[in-house]
Design a protein around this ligand. Structure first.
Ligand SMILES: [Mg+2]
Length: 323
């Protein structure tokens, strides 16, 4: 396995293209992409929650093609409400903003612990176990575990991507680990989170060509071949971050619009709120606010929408990449 820093440096080889001064990529354009990424996370979560834990066949029987934010699902959500994917990202974002744009493990652990005390509608087992352990020990970093390869750290990574755009590869990797290890101290979780941050940074920098974006996949597949889908369609993805990322990458690279991308991914069922949330961040950063269907924006619960919009801009303001 490659040393992560070497891998990161190698996979940043087209960073010459990532100059913040890229023609046309002015501040307002980047802000649009950042806000769209945050709204995309919440929309994917709200859309996918309806069909979480269903198989694709069950979704067809129940909904045909699921393409509207209707609430329901096993959590019996109100239409437009979101789950832990979005509310944990917002809690993480608040912790970063309170630390002037820095990702500090203790601040993250305290924020996520406060989030858990507020009785969220949903919480993953790994998140719960390691936050309870933090309460007992005061140790912000969970012990390393090969079993903690769930998608819970990757799904809330967006605030880290927004405040680290333009930072050095070493600083980006440190921030990814600081936030992830509070609940998921695991190499596969770290690799998935880093890949998402790299893709988001590319998209914020105006890189749109699929072959350029796919260079980020080559790096992670080389370091961790377990992520390879071997040409098989990933339906019914579980909470295992490898299956999550396979569904996300397939949906992201095989579609050409925000709507088609999210519809593709959530209709695969399984952990659909989380795959929807993750691919929603990427699709928002790729297609911008104009790409988001107005009916989905209108459906999103208004306080969630406002928090996403405000946090996106506030976090981005700490990013050295902003022109
Ligand atoms: Mg969820």
């Amino acid at each position: 396995m490659l040393n992560p820093i070497a891998l990161l440096t190698q996979s940043f080889k087209h960073d010459a293209l990532l100059s913040p001064a890229l023609p046309g990529r002015h501040g307002a354009w980047v802000q649009d992409r950042a806000v769209a990424a945050y709204l995309g996370l919440a929309i994917g979560d709200a859309l996918g929650a309806t069909v979480e834990f269903l198989t694709p066949r069950e979704i067809v029987q129940k909904h045909g093609v699921h393409r509207d934010i209707t609430g329901g699902g096993w959590l019996r959500l109100k239409a437009g409400h979101v789950t832990d994917d979005t509310t944990m990202a917002l809690a993480l974002g608040r912790a970063i903003l309170a630390e002037q744009g820095q990702v500090r493990p203790l601040a993250v652990a305290q924020a996520l612990d406060a989030w858990m005390r507020a009785k969220p509608v949903d919480i993953g087992n790994t998140v719960r176990r390691n936050l309870i352990s933090f309460r007992r020990t005061g140790q912000a970093e969970a012990p390393e575990s090969e079993h903690d390869a769930g998608n819970g750290a990757a799904m809330r990574i967006l605030p880290v991507a927004l405040c680290t755009w333009g930072k050095t590869p070493e600083a980006v990797l440190a921030a990814v680990r600081h936030q992830g290890h509070v609940t998921h101290h695991n190499a596969l979780s770290d690799a998935a989170s880093l890949n998402l941050v790299q893709l988001l940074h590319d998209l914020l920098s105006g890189i749109q060509q699929p072959d350029k974006l796919q260079e980020r996949l080559s790096a992670i597949l080389h370091a961790h071949p377990v992520f390879a889908d071997r040409g098989r369609r990933r339906d019914n993805p579980s909470g295992f971050v490898v299956e999550t990322m396979q569904a996300v990458w397939q949906g992201f690279f095989d579609t050409q619009s925000f709507e088609d991308c999210l519809v593709d991914v959530v209709n695969r069922g399984g952990d659909a709120d989380t795959t929807g949330a993750i691919v929603g961040m990427l699709a928002g950063a790729r297609y911008g606010l104009d790409g988001i269907p107005p009916r989905w924006l209108r459906a999103l619960e208004s306080s969630v929408r406002t928090q996403c919009e405000q946090q996106a801009l506030a976090l981005l303001a700490y990013s050295p990449g902003l022109p």
